[in-house]
Design a binder for this molecule. Structure first.
Ligand code: PLP
Length: 426
């Protein structure tokens, strides 16, 4: 629980809205998830999905606790290397890996899951150029997940665009193509699906991956990667019921692993790639009330933050909000909380019913740890600073973006600089 004075001190530092990152909560989530799975399966690795929130301090805190890095681009891979993650602890996924990135990841011994024919050919080239090197890869697999004739994929998609399709023979063709190269082995299967996060989906994913692996990979099988996509703790405002816990997921996934792989003497590693479920509830966005007004019967509270800072995907749910004020605020009013951008749809809260905040109060929005700081480009204002708290201490995990960094002349052309053509001519 933060006091008005504490928040004011942080606000004074930058004269700006800011994020609070609770590192203790993150490590608590990680250790509860890890325990839930480790109690049920002998060899589990958790690869944190960088894309969800690649704040270096956050990633680093998880690595210190033992998490692997799950990356989907050269940029994320470089960050993992910069944070000192051992290549063997980096899982390189994603639909588009550049040849140089892929070659480096393979050479260093990362866990690489291939997603396309183009990547398959790159691996084959790499293997032919380095005939003495053994190259191990995983394949991302695509199969039907339908439940009662309905697709559980997010946004209602019928078919996922990722991976090699089992039903049309692509998966078997990919395997055959790689088996034709002596120094390449397929050692793992990857089955991340952005679906409805239900237990039954995980059961299908795990069983299908295990059955395929037993049928087709034989003794080469080293890991089964069921991806991310689980629920973490959810705010009450989402009014969601029957949300599975980490234990529920662990029970379903690990039981399926044990049953499907009972005949194997050497059990493969189980890999998970959680993002949202670890970080969503570890960030709070703190902004200040700047103004209040009424327009034709509707009350608006203007803050120095934006919907972009708390839910860049602009989903319709109001996130939990707490008012921290010098004096208690009582009564109940209905109002909208709106942001600093010039967009009509910049609503941080819509039709909120609660005591109305006063100018100078802080509004705290929680559950904003996933896909906020990575998804929101600096729009109209600089990126806000991030203050991390851990064991009653705090540090600045990201400073407020300066004008110089925002409009860096390493990135942009300014009139005082030679044009690109002149630079090339030199
Ligand atoms: C390959 C892969 N792994 C893991 C994740 C993490 O998913 P979530 O943040 O829902 O746990 C994603 C997200 O899209 C993904 O594409």
């Amino acid at each position: 629980m933060y006091t008005y004075d504490q928040l004011s001190r942080w606000y004074e530092l930058y004269q700006s809205a800011f994020y609070l990152f609770d590192a203790d909560r993150l490590l608590g989530n990680y250790s509860r998830m890890r325990q839930a799975f480790a109690q049920r399966y002998p060899d589990v690795r958790i690869g944190y999905s960088y894309k969800t929130n690649y704040l270096p301090y956050l990633c680093y805190s998880l690595h210190e606790a033992g998490a692997y890095a799950e990356v989907v681009s050269g940029l994320e891979y470089e960050l993992a290397c910069k944070l000192g993650v051992a290549p063997q602890h980096i899982i390189f996924n994603g639909p588009l890996k550049r040849e140089a990135e892929l070659q480096e990841a393979l050479q260093k011994g990362c866990i690489v899951n291939l997603d396309s024919w183009a990547e398959l050919e790159m691996v084959i080239n790499c293997a032919r150029e380095n005939p003495l090197r053994q190259i191990n890869v995983g394949l991302r697999v695509n199969f039907q997940l339908d439940q009662d004739g309905k697709s559980p994929l997010q946004s209602g998609y019928e078919v996922s665009r990722f991976g090699f399709c089992v039903e049309n023979g692509s998966y078997h063709m990919a395997l055959q193509r790689l088996e034709g190269v002596a120094n390449v082995s397929v050692v793992g299967l990857h089955g991340h699906f952005s679906a409805n996060r239900s237990l039954s989906v995980y059961e299908t994913i795990t069983r299908t991956l295990c059955q395929l692996a037993v049928e087709t990979l034989g003794d080469n099988l080293s890991y089964i990667d069921v991806g991310g996509g689980m629920y973490g703790p959810l705010p009450d405002t989402f009014q969601a019921t029957d949300i599975p816990s980490y234990e529920d997921y662990a029970e379903v996934i690990c039981s399926a692993m044990h049953e499907e792989l009972r005949k194997l003497e050497k059990k493969p590693t189980l890999i998970l790639e959680p993002g949202i479920s670890l970080v969503a509830d570890t960030f709070i966005f703190v902004c200040k009330v700047i103004d209040r007004k009424e327009n034709r019967g509707k009350r608006f509270v203007l803050v120095d933050g934006s919907v972009h800072n708390i839910k860049p995907t602009m989903h319709p749910h109001n996130l939990p909000m707490q008012i921290i004020s010098p004096d208690p605020r009582n009564g109940e009013a209905e109002y909208h909380v709106v942001g600093y951008t010039c967009m009509e749809k910049d609503y941080l809260l819509f039709g909120h019913k609660a005591p109305e905040p006063q100018i100078g109060d802080f509004l705290l929005f929680s559950h904003v740890g996933a896909y906020t700081i990575v998804f929101s480009p600096p729009f109209i204002k600089e990126r806000p600073p991030i203050i991390a708290t851990r064991k009653d201490e705090w540090l600045i995990a990201r400073r407020k973006e300066t004008i110089e960094a925002f409009f860096s002349d390493e990135l942009y052309h300014f009139p005082s600089q030679p044009s690109g053509q002149e630079e090339n001519a030199r």
